[in-house]
Design a protein around this ligand. Structure first.
Ligand code: G3I
Length: 314
């Protein structure tokens, strides 16, 4: 039977998984990671705290371990992420306001250049908006101002003209104040010639609560002339699992896959790791989890079969 990656490829899309370095010593894990998906996202180790832990000292060792593995398995790689308020080394907080733009550009230039030619996408800026559509008061926002996002995209384009450049965020899957703010930003970037190629909707969703406007929202971004990717999909539930919750989750995964396939510029879907064994969810949302298509023992759940059926057009 076809893998999820093969089914997606037949539709001109990718279906991928995020991964992280500590998991790579688990051979049962890497066997499925290497065979089932045609795309990989580096879940942690391309972030600033790993790649420039002290100013001007760059380290790509951990990230390269994942990129090398993906390449050896014939998988494309998304880069995640260049500018984010989280997992930022503390030295960045101490950079004087007048120097932070240069420091940010230098970080982007160095990292994008390092991986030039090896990545299909970069998440250039991650999670820059609040739920009400205002700008998050990150150190970049406070010290550089609104222009930091455009400046980040310009620096990334200059360093690698071929990687597709994405703005990535959560809770922008449905239409609402936050996705409206991102929409307006993308619209103004397109009008001004700021180099943006795509919007990443993370899609950390809750079973039974897939936004009704998901497909319409993907379409409106596509209509601005950018690609859309679902970049961190998982669908959590209140534990314990039951057959009814698994069935709801499976329906929801199918709905999400169909929404992407319905919009030609929705280029692919990445789940935020593939097995409940390594999901981030229970550590951040106690009492919730079981968010992924494989359980913690690597058995396929109903969600897996719903994804395959949706990719197959059933
Ligand atoms: O590597 C250290 C390890 O040495 C140490 O023993 C351990 C003790 O806590 O921590 C390990 O680092 C953890 C790291 O994941 C690697 O596992 C960090 O504490 C932990 O905070 C970090 O969490 C990551 C989280 O981003 C941080 O915000 C998750 O793995 C990662 O999946 C998650 O990913 C984010 C996306 O980047 C952006 N969107 C939301 C998504 C989920 O939060």
């Amino acid at each position: 039977t076809a893998t999820l990656g093969e089914l997606a490829e037949a539709k001109g899309r990718y279906f991928g998984s995020a991964t992280d370095n500590p998991e790579l010593s688990d051979t049962q894990y890497t066997r499925i990671l290497g065979s089932e998906f045609n795309q990989i996202t580096v879940g942690n180790t391309m972030k600033w705290q790993y790649t420039e832990p002290s100013q001007g000292r760059f380290d790509y060792t951990a990230a390269e371990e994942i990129v090398d593995l993906a390449e050896s398995n014939g998988q494309s790689v998304r880069g995640h992420t260049l500018v984010w308020h989280n997992q930022l080394p503390s030295w960045v907080d101490d950079v004087p306001a007048g120097e932070l733009l240069g420091v940010m550009r230098n970080h982007i230039t160095h990292e994008v250049d390092h991986f030039k030619g090896r990545l299909i996408h970069w998440d250039v800026v991650n999670e820059a908006f609040e739920e009400d559509g205002s700008r998050r008061q990150s150190v970049f926002q406070q010290k550089i101002g609104d222009s930091y996002i455009a400046e980040a995209f310009k620096a990334a384009r200059a360093a690698d003209p071929d990687a597709k450049l994405y703005y990535n965020d959560y809770n922008i899957e449905g239409i609402g104040p936050k996705s409206d703010a991102v929409y307006e930003m993308v619209k103004s970037f397109k009008a001004q010639g700021i180099p943006i190629d795509g919007v990443g909707m993370q899609a950390h969703l809750i079973a039974g609560q897939v936004p009704a406007s998901l497909q319409r929202n993907i379409q409106r971004f596509a209509d601005l002339g950018v690609d859309v990717a679902l970049t961190e999909l998982d669908i959590r539930m209140t534990l314990p699992r039951t057959a009814a919750k698994d069935a709801q989750q499976a329906t929801d995964y199918g709905t999400v896959v169909k929404a992407c396939l319905a919009v030609s510029r929705c280029v692919g879907i990445t789940i935020w790791d593939y097995t409940d064994k390594y999901s981030w969810v229970p550590s951040v949302f106690p009492g919730q989890g079981a968010a992924l298509p494989w359980d913690e023992n690597f058995a396929k759940k109903p969600a897996y079969h719903a994804i395959a059926a949706a990719l197959n057009g059933d």
